[in-house]
Write a protein that binds this ligand. Structure first.
Ligand code: TXA
Ligand code: MG
Length: 315
């Protein structure tokens, strides 16, 4: 059931969540598949619906920093970062509060917890109506392209979920950046909607990335992820016959991420075009133009690398 985001429908979605259902809602990054973060049964439904490995923990979505403080220890650096980026598309990994009652299933038994405060007004209204944190992974089957429109969510889950609140297109179109502050050195575990440079400017020091630590802590970092069903080739100047071509900058093509060469516009269109091309029976594959590796373009390239990753085989 796709619901218009009226006051009544947001209330209805909150009631469904409180009785243990799973519903999808828009955030500024991508759509989330939400459940109450204290309800193990509802969280188990999320893992089953997404076919998500249980070792992959979920992000807790909070209304504000006070809610974060109820479930996580917030050191001074996190406080400083929060002043600047919260609410917004940044997830922090923090030490979980010792007496926190959140679901161990959702944290995969770790002593850390991922938290974020979405700025999207529908997500904010929904959190207010529920009154407790919501866990919300991206609303897609595990390993597949995230949803940036209600119709994407519906095509993954149909009526297996109780409702989708329709907020139109997500404005960033890429998942939140994940910053780990639970260890000595702040580390980006997933490149995302907040560009790396912006984070470094605010923190005032270089930030590591998980690959530089050679440690896979966020399974969003798995080699193959965000994948369409069709084969995807990246950094392509000239497409092959039968391929859907996704361009960037001044060029004539069916899908152009941003004719003006704007990387934020490109990020917002990326998953939408991948879904469209993937759903079109007339294509045999998808190829995509080179995207500049700067600013949010770093996160775009990260997603494309993973979406196009082919396992090496002996054949
Ligand atoms: O933009 C977003 O973050 C979206 C919207 C819906 O908020 N959500 C999202 O959730 O992308 P998901 O589940 O698709 O990705 C969450 C990532 C996973 O890679 C998970 O491994 C990581 O967060 N994560 C969660 N808890 C963690 C923890 N304690 N330590 C390290 N990584 C964690
Ligand atoms: Mg995801």
């Amino acid at each position: 059931m796709i619901l218009r985001p009226t006051k009544d429908n947001i209330q209805k979605a909150a009631t469904l969540l409180k009785k243990g259902d799973v519903i999808a809602f828009p955030t500024e990054t991508v759509y989330g598949l939400g459940a109450v973060g204290l309800n193990d049964q509802a969280i188990a439904k999320i893992y089953a619906l997404k076919n998500r490995p249980k070792i992959n923990p979920l992000i807790f979505h909070c209304l504000n920093i006070d809610w974060i403080k109820d479930i996580a220890d917030v050191p001074p650096l996190a406080e400083k970062i929060a002043d600047y980026f919260i609410p917004g598309p940044l997830t922090l990994v923090l030490q979980q509060k010792k007496d926190s009652k959140v679901s161990k299933l959702a944290t995969a038994g770790l002593d850390t917890i991922a938290v974020r405060v979405p700025v999207h007004p529908i997500a904010q209204d929904l959190l207010s109506a529920v009154g407790t944190p919501l866990v919300a992974p991206s609303a897609n089957l595990s390993g597949r392209i995230s949803s940036t429109q209600a119709s994407h969510v519906h095509s993954f889950f149909g009526d297996n979920i109780a409702a989708v609140l329709d907020g139109g297109d997500c404005c960033y179109g890429l998942e939140s950046t994940i910053l780990d502050l639970s260890t000595q050195t702040p580390t980006v575990l997933r490149q995302g909607a907040v560009p790396h440079e912006t984070l470094e400017d605010v923190i005032g020091q270089p930030i590591l990335t998980s690959s530089s630590l050679e440690k896979i802590k966020a399974p969003g970092q798995l080699k193959k992820h965000y994948a369409p069903s069709l084969p995807l080739r990246i950094n392509v100047a000239i497409p092959k016959k039968g391929e859907a071509y996704i361009g960037f900058g001044e060029m004539e093509c069916m899908f152009n991420l941003s004719p003006a060469g704007d990387l934020f516009e490109a990020a917002a269109n990326l998953f939408k075009f991948l879904h469209q091309a993937d759903d079109d029976q007339s294509f045999k594959g998808i190829s995509i133009a080179p995207i500049p590796k700067k600013n949010i373009g770093i996160a775009i390239n990260d997603r494309l690398m993973r979406a196009s990753y082919q396992e090496e085989t002996d054949e």
